[in-house]
Design a protein around this ligand. Sequence first.
Ligand code: IPE
Ligand code: IPE
Ligand code: MG
Length: 245
Amino acid sequence: MAFTKKKTETQELPEVLPKHVGFIMDGNGRWAKKRGLPRSFGHIEGGKTFKKIMQYCKDIGIPYASFYVFSTENWKRPQSEIDGIMKIMREYLDEVQFHLGDGVRAVFLGDKNAYPEDIKQRMIKLENDTAHHSQLTVLLACNYGGRDEIAYSARQIAEKVKAGELNPEEITEQTIADHLYTAGMPDVDLVIRPSGELRLSNYLIWQCAYAEYYFTNVLWPDFSPEELNKALIDYAGRGRRFGGV
Ligand code: IPE
Ligand code: IPE
Ligand code: MG
């Protein structure tokens, strides 16, 4: 395995980095509970980690980083917790561009219509304002579910068939991919899930078909660039065959 010498103070990074890293930001509630704090405190701390990790991805040259912010299933949570998450979202949507600086493009994955109008407008504005940036693309999965996304793709395709623009025989894997929220983005190379849970929880299920997985017991608010380095080193040592030999 070849390592470059420069990139971080604490650890050497592998030469081969994943093009797309997906982060399942889990464990906020448990982080707060361990400290006798309300769950919302965990979400606030988790937000700080999100900013830190996003910045780090940009610094080390990862071109695509996706973050699971809120799932289609998370609406089952108590209204008070959902309200707390919405409050944090508003704050981040207002300040994130300032923190991101130049070079970062934000794209939301999921149906924005489920959000209050002011949040939806902030999301659209952020996407428009950053559309021309290309150093790091940050994919924010908000009201996102992998199955919901595949159903969304199927609806778009069905509309085209209905309009006579597409023949059913012409539908390929690429057609489905081209109608997902991630159209034009690379598949996930590495999924990182902190908090000790060993599952995808409906995250980018199509795009993770050949992803590598990295699980750690660290809770998301405690996740750090050093932890990410460990995952990247682990990833670089894996043999990806994609069904070949
Ligand atoms: C992830 O942390 C944040 C969201 C799902 C919005 P959790 O809130 O799921 O934290 P745990 O899993 O209960 O610890
Ligand atoms: C996945 O975490 C969703 C996000 C991190 C946004 P959950 O906490 O909702 O997943 P489960 O319920 O443990 O599978
Ligand atoms: Mg959880």
